[in-house]
Design a protein around this ligand. Structure first.
Ligand code: 1GP
Length: 252
C-alpha cells in the first residue's frame, strides 16, 4: 500500500487523521526521537517532518532518527529543495499555489525532483495555500507571498479547485506555524465542500477543541507542531489526537 493509500485508509477508517509535525530545527535531537517514539501510542496517524526555514545542516540525519523511532508513515513536509531525504516514506510534493512567487510554485520542485527520483520517494502532489493569520508568519516572510485573506472563501475555493484540476491529490490550508489564529472554520468548510480532495489543515492549532472544530468543518487531516513542541507532554498529544478522531466520529 502506498503512503497516500495509507492516508486515505486512515481517513476511511477513522473519519479524519492526526499528523504530528516535527521540525528538526526547533527540537533537540533527544526530544525529537522521544516524541517520534511515543507518537503512535498517543494516537498520531503520521509524522510530517520539515520547516519553511531550517538553519541546521543535518536534515538527513534527523530524518534517519525519526524513521528509526516510529513505524508510522514519515512524510517530508519540505520548505525547499534541500529538504529531501532517502530515509522518509514519502514527500508532500507541494506547490505554494496561493502565492505568485515562481520559486515556490515550481522552481524548488524542479531542483528537488531528481533527488526524489533517485531516492525512490513517493510523491503526494499537494496544493499548499497560505491563509492570513493576522501576523506575518515565517512561511509568509520566507516565501515572499501574500496569504489569502481570511474572509475570502471564494478565492480559497477557486485556488483549491484549480489544484484539483491540475491533478494534485491534497489541499493543505496553512495559517503558518505558531500563528496566533488558525485557518477559519468557515474557510475549511467552504473549501472541503467545494473540492473532491482531502483537505489538510495546520498552523496555530493549540487546543484540542480547535482541532476538533476544524474536523467538524470538513478537514480530513489536522497538523500540529508548535503546541506539541511547547508542551512536551504525551498526555497533551493524546488529547489532540483523541479530539480529531472523536470529532470525526461525531461529524455527519
Ligand atoms: C506548520 O501547519 C503546520 O506548517 C503546523 O503549525 O506549528 O502552528 O502547529 P503549528
Amino acid at each position: 500500500m502506498s503512503v497516500f493509500e495509507r492516508l486515505l485508509s486512515i481517513r476511511e477508517e477513522k473519519g479524519a487523521g492526526f499528523f504530528l509535525l516535527l521540525d528538526p530545527d526547533r527540537i533537540d535531537r533527544g526530544q525529537l526521537i522521544k516524541t517520534a517514539e511515543t507518537a503512535e501510542a498517543c494516537g498520531v496517524d503520521a509524522v510530517l517532518a520539515g520547516s519553511s526555514f531550517i538553519t541546521g545542516h543535518d536534515f538527513d540525519a534527523r530524518m534517519t532518527d525519526i524513521k528509526g523511532a516510529t513505524d508510522l508513515p514519515v512524510i517530508i513536509f519540505p520548505g525547499n529543495a534541500g529538504q529531501v531525504s532517502r530515509h522518509a516514506d514519502g514527500i508532500l510534493f507541494m506547490s505554494l499555489i496561493s502565492g505568485r512567487n515562481p520559486t515556490y510554485l515550481i522552481e524548488e520542485q524542479v531542483k528537488a525532483a531528481p533527488a526524489v527520483k533517485t531516492f525512490g520517494l513517493e510523491t503526494i502532489p499537494t496544493g499548499y495555500m497560505l491563509i492570513e493569520s493576522g501576523t506575518v508568519t515565517s512561511v509568509q516572510y520566507i516565501s515572499g507571498t501574500m496569504p489569502i485573506p481570511r474572509g475570502k472563501n471564494d478565492i480559497a475555493m477557486a485556488h483549491a479547485l484549480a489544484a484539483q484540476y491540475l491533478g494534485m491529490k491534497m489541499i493543505y490550508l496553512e495559517a503558518g506555524s505558531g500563528s496566533d489564529r488558525g485557518v477559519p472554520e468557515e474557510m475549511v468548510a467552504a473549501v472541503s465542500g467545494y473540492v473532491e480532495l482531502p483537505v489538510v489543515v495546520g498552523g496555530g492549532i493549540r487546543k484540542p477543541q480547535q482541532a476538533a472544530d476544524r474536523v467538524s468543518a470538513g478537514a480530513s487531516f489536522i497538523v500540529v507542531g508548535t503546541a506539541v513542541e511547547e508542551s512536551c507532554d504525551e498526555g497533551f498529544l493524546t488529547e489532540m489526537s483523541d479530539a480529531v478522531h472523536t470529532a470525526a466520529r461525531t461529524t455527519v
